[in-house]
Write a protein that binds this ligand. Structure first.
Ligand code: PHE
Ligand code: ZN
Length: 885
């Protein structure tokens, strides 16, 4: 909190640190009402720095108790300390700095630094939380070997953990005990972690390929002990996968995971001691959905993969965040694709990107994958840095091929092990290992905005030549008016009547019998390029952007019959799904046009037939069928409409509901038959063979919810009989949305009564209600904030209720009287001082005012009200001020 306007940090101002800290010894004396932190730092001047003058160490909220330089208290005039840190005049070339600070973990509601959560001490240091624990050079390019001593009450805190290996443990006086941890790997302060609590653990072992025997432990509250098995299995899969796919082995004797209830993010990759939000590690059939099980597997893997992509090789500065995050998201996506369904994973990721990341890229907070300035780094853990960053790495993989990419990653790890490096270093390793130049490709890191590809084609019947002309253009974003063309891999195929056509580009000799010449990656790098395929027997339907080969918007004037062809016949799962979605978007356009003209909408028979075909027993993969049957989400439609000039949220909602009901009516019998064909499994398991049919059945149920009793009867039975959360929630949603008030309240109350002691289930219950389409949605959310199940101090609850309402209940969030904005603004105001990170994150839906022309005034008014509040945190200040610009 500061009064002066917070200042921007710029990449261009990066300077190497003046000093390095090869060794750090920390001694924690933990008490509930205060904690003492004794730090002994070995500092040496950095030969790579020519900076002179006083040395500044970062420190926030610390009460300095003792300061010694080489064992002596420095003269008062030679040092000073303020709200942001400690300054030492003319430091010696090499010296030992001892500080003792007192901190108050109990009062730490921001959940950064050392805090208490349900009686357990826990830390979160990324990005800049370590400075709330001790004075330090709290920047990732200062890497240190840590030794950590923890003293605490033995009975209340039997488990004391930190990074690395435990080297000693002994009883102290007064019922206290002491544990020492040593981490041999130099690490930046953001990877430091400490946990103290009364925790139970599940334990397993893993033998690395090189023969190291690793103890694996997952620490949870005693009551949750049964919920750790899935994470443990996921961890072992991830460890094996990283050995096989990347040749990366684990490097310590222990790997610990701790589950904590109050956590700002999903999880954190601290060296040897990952800390997880309970929602991302605990799993069991009664409290976790199918999607939840998959999420746990993916996040456990993600954090584990960071051990190499993030920890062994880390970031030089926070502008390089995507160096570790983009790469690690790419790694976890491939892991999930290998273990589950590749097509589905790609569809999910493309959806996330196209709705939320494209919206970010088109909004006031648009920034490149490698931003060049920020006010608060916590605001830059974004979809752009993570997901678009992962797409950039995926494009490298596409361009270099699996082998070339692997050679690049091997070189990267070998060259930079133990270093703090930049995105340029990553690209250089990829380029060097492949003896290629990626200079132009690097523009992806510096240029914000979603590139737009416009494709036109021409067919010459006489010669059998088919020409695709592709134009690329990236729209202006804040601070970046002009954009250069990018290197874009455009994967495609051409479909003829009998299937995939062989592809021969003009000037090439035809490949005769070569099997796989039906798929091509065109590399775009100019504003406009043409590609002519020769020797084609017929005019093809182009299957463009297979596998979503680049994070771009692509437009080609498909006719509906062509979409239907792609939907059934293309080889690529993403293209098939996307064609179906485009067909649905077209049908929704019909509905909106009819409404606008005051006529009765009619259901596109082509779409009805396509959906019926997906419900046919012959359709091979029920999971893919379910994804293809799902209507494009409202956020996707709003994003599309916004891009086309502005979204009418009520009209979009109305059209979507109309189409859902129309399909429900037209396909009622097939839907019911499909539900019957996929009854619940005898015993629930979160495995592909069950998840697909379950998801198809519940998708059908969603359509049948528009059919009165037909849907309600099925939902009642399902809710009564289900043995798992996926089926229970799907049924509960139908009853709460389509039932009358009595049915709704009875079902919701019954569910709460049964599950009130399972916090993670209650969060689903909050989220479900936050996203109901009911006239009093705003009032319901407001009332739920007073419910005993809600807690403003717990980020999961805030996200489940308020985040879900603002992000996923669009018509009600955008209610004409502005009540939805007032609700969100009120929560942001309440959280501004208490947990600025969460406050700033919650604001996202309000920053999108440009997309909703009829609500601009009301949305800006709420932002302006927030902007005028006294003592805005830098986090909220940055989001509010940039969105009002
Ligand atoms: N580094 C974490 C991850 O992506 C995310 C995180 C960031 C967690 C900041 C906490 C704080 O794996
Ligand atoms: Zn990460």
């Amino acid at each position: 909190m500061r009064d002066a306007q917070p200042r921007s940090i710029r990449l261009a101002d990066y300077r190497p640190p003046m000093f390095l800290i090869p060794r750090t010894a920390l001694h924690f004396e933990l008490y509930e009402d205060f904690t003492l932190v004794h730090a002994t730092l070995g500092l040496v001047r950095n030969p790579a720095s020519d900076e002179r003058g006083p040395l500044r160490l970062a420190g926030e909220g610390l009460e300095l108790r003792e300061l010694l330089i080489d064992g002596e208290a420095p003269v008062a005039s030679r040092w000073r300390c303020d709200a942001e840190g400690l300054e030492l005049d003319d430091p010696p070339e090499a010296f030992e700095l001892c500080t003792t600070v007192r901190i108050d973990p109990r009062a730490n509601t921001a959940l950064e630094g050392l805090y208490l959560s349900r009686g357990m001490f826990c830390t979160q240091c990324e990005a800049e939380g370590f400075r709330r624990i001790s004075y330090f050079l709290d920047r990732p390019d200062v890497m240190s070997v840590y030794s950590v001593t923890i003293d605490a009450d033995r009975r209340r805190y039997p488990v004391l953990l930190s990074n690395g290996n435990r080297t000693s443990q002994r009883a102290l006086d007064d019922g206290r005990h002491r544990v020492v941890w040593e981490d041999p790997f130099p690490k930046p302060s953001y990877l430091f972690a400490l946990v103290a609590g009364d925790l139970a653990c599940i334990e397993d072992r893993f033998r690395t390929r090189g023969g190291r025997d690793v103890a694996l432990r997952i620490y949870v509250e005693e009551k949750d002990l049964a919920k750790g098995d899935h994470a443990m299995a996921s961890l072992k899969h991830a460890m094996r996968w990283d050995e096989e796919r990347y040749g990366r082995e684990y490097d310590l004797d222990v790997f610990n995971i701790v589950a904590v209830d109050d956590f700002n993010m999903g999880a954190m990759e601290n060296k040897g001691l990952n800390i997880f939000n309970t929602s991302c590690v605990l799993a069991c059939p009664a409290t976790t959905t199918d999607a939840g099980f998959q999420r746990v597997e993916a996040i456990v893997a993600h954090e584990y993969f960071h051990n190499w992509s993030g920890n062994r090789v880390t970031c030089r500065d926070w502008f390089q965040l995507s160096l570790k995050e983009g790469f690690t998201v790419f790694r976890d996506a491939e892991f999930s694709a290998d273990l589950g369904s590749r097509d589905l994973k790609r569809i999910e990721d493309a959806t996330l990107l196209r709705t939320a990341q494209f919206a970010e890229d088109a909004g006031p907070l648009a920034h490149p994958v490698r931003p060049d300035s920020y006010i608060e780094i916590n605001n830059f853990y974004t979809l752009t840095v993570y997901e678009k960053g992962a797409e950039v790495v995926r494009m490298l993989h596409t361009l270099l091929g699996e082998e070339g990419f692997r050679a690049g990653s091997d070189l990267y790890f070998e060259r930079h092990d133990g270093q703090a490096v930049t995105c340029d270093d990553f690209i250089a390793a990829m380029a060097d290992a492949n003896d290629t130049d990626l200079g132009t490709f690097k523009r992806w890191y510096g240029q914000a905005g979603t590139p737009e590809l416009t494709v036109e084609d021409a067919w010459d019947k006489d010669s059998g030549a088919y020409t695709l002309t592709v134009r690329q253009q990236t729209p202006a974003t804040p601070g970046q008016p002009g954009k250069a063309p990018l290197v874009i891999p455009l994967a495609l195929g051409l479909l003829g009547d009998a299937g995939n056509l062989r592809l021969t580009l003009e000037g090439e000799t035809p490949d005769g019998e070569q099997a796989d010449n039906t798929h091509r990656v065109l590399v775009l790098e100019e504003p406009e390029q043409s590609f002519t395929f020769t020797g084609l027997p017929e005019r093809p339907v182009p299957a463009l952007l297979r596998g979503f080969s680049a994070p771009v918007r692509l437009s080609y004037p498909y006719r509906r019959e062509q979409l239907r062809t792609l939907m059934t016949r293309d080889d690529d799962g993403f293209v098939r799904w996307d064609a179906g979605q485009q067909l649905m978007v077209a049908a929704l356009g019909d509905v909106q046009a009819a409404r606008a003209a005051g006529t009765t909408p009619a259901l596109d028979p082509l779409l009805a037939e396509a959906c019926a075909a997906l419900l046919d027993p012959a359709t091979p993969d029920p999971a893919v069928a379910a994804a293809m049957l799902a209507l494009p989400g409202e956020s996707t439609l709003v994003e599309l409409a916004a891009h086309a000039g502005g979204a009418d949220i009520d009209a979009i909602h109305d059209a979507r509901e109309w189409l859902r009901a129309a399909l429900g009516e037209a396909l009622e019998d097939v839907l019911v038959r499909c539900v019957r064909r996929h009854p619940p499994a005898a015993a629930y398991a979160p495995v592909g063979e069950q998840i697909g049919p379950r998801s198809l059945r519940n998708t059908c149920l969603g359509y049948l919810a528009t059919r009165g009793d037909t849907g309600l009867v099925l939902a009642r039975a399902q809710l009564a009989e289900a043995d798992n959360l996926t089926d229970r929630l799907a049924a509960l949603r139908v009853l709460a949305q389509a039932g009358d008030a009595t049915e709704r309240e009875t079902a919701l109350e019954g569910f709460y009564a049964a599950w009130q002691h399972e916090a993670l289930v209650v969060n689903h219950w909050l989220q479900l209600q936050a996203t109901l389409d009911l006239p009093d949605a705003v009032e319901r959310v407001t009332a739920l904030m007073e419910h005993p199940a809600f807690d403003l101090g717990n980020p999961n609850k805030v996200r489940s209720l308020v985040g879900a309402f603002a992000g996923a209940n669009l018509v009600h969030f955008h209610r004409a009287d502005g009540a939805g904005y007032g609700l969100l603004g009120g929560v942001v105001e309440a959280l501004n001082a208490r947990n600025p990170q969460i406050a700033a994150r919650l604001l996202t839906p309000l920053t999108k005012w440009r997309t909703v022309p009829v609500r601009v005034e009301a949305m800006r008014a709420e932002l302006s009200r927030l902007a005028a509040l006294p003592a805005l945190s830098p986090d909220v200040y940055e989001v509010v001020s940039k969105s009002l610009e």
